[in-house]
Ligand binder design. Sequence first.
Ligand code: PLP
Length: 430
Amino acid sequence: MLHDNLTVKNGVLHFAGVSTVDMAKKHGTPLMLIDENGLRNRIREYKNSAKKYLTENSMPLYASKALCFTGVYKICQEEGIGIDTVSGGEIYTALNAGFDLSKAFFHGNAKTDADIEFAIDNGVGYFVTDNMEELEQISVIAGQKSVTQNLIIRLSPGIDPHTHAKISTGKVDSKFGVAIETGQAFEFVKRAILMPNVCVKGFHCHIGSQIFESTPFIDAGVIMLNFIKKVQDELGFKTTILSLGGGYGVRYVESDPVINYSERICELGTALKETCKKLDITLPDIMLEPGRSLVADMGLTLYTVQSVKEITGYKNYVAVNGGMTDNPRYTLYGSPYTVVTANKMDEPFDYPCTVAGRCCESGDLLQENVLLAKPNRNDLIAVLVTGAYNYSMASNYNKVPRPKIVGIKNGEDFTFVRRETYADLIKLDE
Ligand SMILES: Cc1ncc(COP(=O)(O)O)c(C=O)c1O
């Protein structure tokens, strides 16, 4: 199947070695399953490759926007990697996990004063500063607290990785970062390195997401290194950290390529080292910020079929007990997913249908025009590779409670996040 953690036994889809039918019976649906062993192995692949092919202190920072709950940060802490956070809420969740925040990088293009204070008070290692107003405020707040805040500066290298426009962020015309091409990045650095109460350690860029080719990452790295050379020569500034963001692609459907992340990091390392040699500069420690490629294929979502509607001359609709509230990605971006009838894996997948969610919204679809083993009410539907940007983008639209997240470790299942209750849904109401 799509990934090694997906197998079929006796006509039933198994994930991380357990039966999806058993999991649905035991925990209810909609249900998200997370393969903890797989996640730890993927983290180690990134961590070891960064050390081996980049520099000794290079490492992955888990982009926790992809899937954020206490248990994930605990795993990152145990595996000894850093994290990329984007809000006070993510930092708070990491704190709850006992995560060592000196290894946290705080991103975002619109940090509030409260965010800045919260991050400084809790010892966040590095800010990733996006604009001058923010940087000035970090300097003021750090001064009030008598600390020197380490930070890196987000730049836009002007790379268009030809991915979906909404998830492509490294172009010059972007809400993120300071453009190199326009000369603004250089002027920014000139001011930033003289600012009190902050210490600039280096630079960051993130060119986009779900990128399968190697070249955009290498091109971005080369542009960043040329900029590093310029600020070294012209401003005497020595860069110690270069964060190249996330973005490696993940196989969602059979037609997507299989990506070997270790090979990608090796290719990147070779290109960066060659460039440094040409430019006569030292390779800074490289941070990588994988989100999707750490967690996407470590997750899967199970739903129960509620109805099968056949519209004569048109489509067949299979409606399930979840949808855009737990996975808004098809509604937002038309993202492709592989969908299967998890309890009928040995039957022919020849029933053309559109899998619809339960919300009062015609766009609430999980996938259109797929082929399933013909489902009936109470059959089990699995949407594969849902670990990234599903639960973290979930909502309570229509007052639908968020699903439970169950981890699978060494064949044992346990609760990572309990199912939201109706009582949870009104707990903020006065
Ligand atoms: C700054 C930054 N770093 C890392 C990531 C993670 O990207 P991905 O999940 O594609 O690896 C994102 C995603 O939006 C991002 O904005």
